[in-house]
Design a binder for this molecule. Sequence first.
Ligand code: ADP
Length: 398
Amino acid sequence: MNVLVINCGSSSLKYQLIDSVTEDVLAKGLCERIGIDGSQLVYQKAGCDKIKTKAPMPSHQEAISLVLNALMDPENGVIKSLDEIGAAGHRIVHGGEKFTESVVIDDEVIAAIEECSDLAPLHNPANLIGIHACQKLMPGKPMVAVFDTAFHQTMPEYAYLYGLPYEYYEKYGVRRYGFHGTSHKFVSNHLAEFLGKDIKDMKIIVCHLGNGSSVSAVKYGKCVDTSMGMTPLEGLIMGTRSGDIDPAIMEYIAKKENLDIAGVMEVLNKKSGVGGLSQISSDFRDLEDAQAEGNPAAIRTMAAFEYRVAKYIGAYVAAMNGVDAIAFTAGVGENGPVTRTGVCKFLGYLGVELDEEANHKRGFDNIISTPDSKVTVCVIPTDEELAIARETVRLVEK
Ligand code: ADP
């Protein structure tokens, strides 16, 4: 079955058409600047160059319509008709406490995703627009919702509660939910498989280090803690997000910089992180380059980033009373050997020993610790789209 995987943002949409039998990506791409002047469709058939087409996309429906046309294009397409798409899988950011796993989309599910929109006002409404657009363009096609939060729903109460008035949890759902769950689940399962072990016997820490970054503790296959919180702002220092700070800083900065709440949130979400700290770039490639040239701002920024990751690893070793394996994944987790070394240099007390030659290879599942290392450290490339496609097929074929 071919599965169309859709990841819908407020003004963009990423898509992949995946053959679920071979797990090959037949075509992929994105729509940019939906609802804004200058929108563009990027389409790439497997093994071919990207084709960029400027086309008006007043709404997500036009965007998805253009994607479907590109997939069926007589010259560059990969399918002849919509009948060749068996199902669609949608990435949904927030499933609140309602969704502990992926579900087939029906009216009830749509209403429940709407109810969770308060918790992710930028993301869930955009995700829903994608669902509605697909329903109009491919009526009757089975669709599945895969939630970023679902994998983390196994966290114990003591890990997800904040030290706030309990009524905020009861009335408003204020608690830790965690994100990147599709990736944490995919990587932890894949790691166990790769090492030839049963995940039910393993304590795993997954470090998903990209533009958005999070760490999770996966004990015997279940998430027991994760660094992102009620929103993706908590935890690690990220590309442009601050991660953990003293909450009182918000009032202090608001007064000093004459900002309202929206202004402070803008600073914490968009102007902070490694970008704000370095004042060089929020892109880890630029920072690693500047660090290699001895740039002091890049050096202090990467040190702070790596230290925070190591601190979370330490916390999760405590949470699980041990760790068997640590996995690095996502943009810099998969591609940044210097950053991985920087994190692991704090982990000597765990008996972690890196094999620097292995650490400098990239692009495949790899053990980067020495055979003597007490904890196995791996690079496991994540693939959230493939995970969504697998979930979609599992539920549609049930
Ligand atoms: P997201 O999905 O959150 O946008 P990604 O997982 O794609 O993020 O990661 C993006 C980050 O990964 C960027 O900061 C990018 O610089 C970094 N990255 C990608 N390739 C490399 C590389 N070769 N070396 C270091 N960092 C890299």
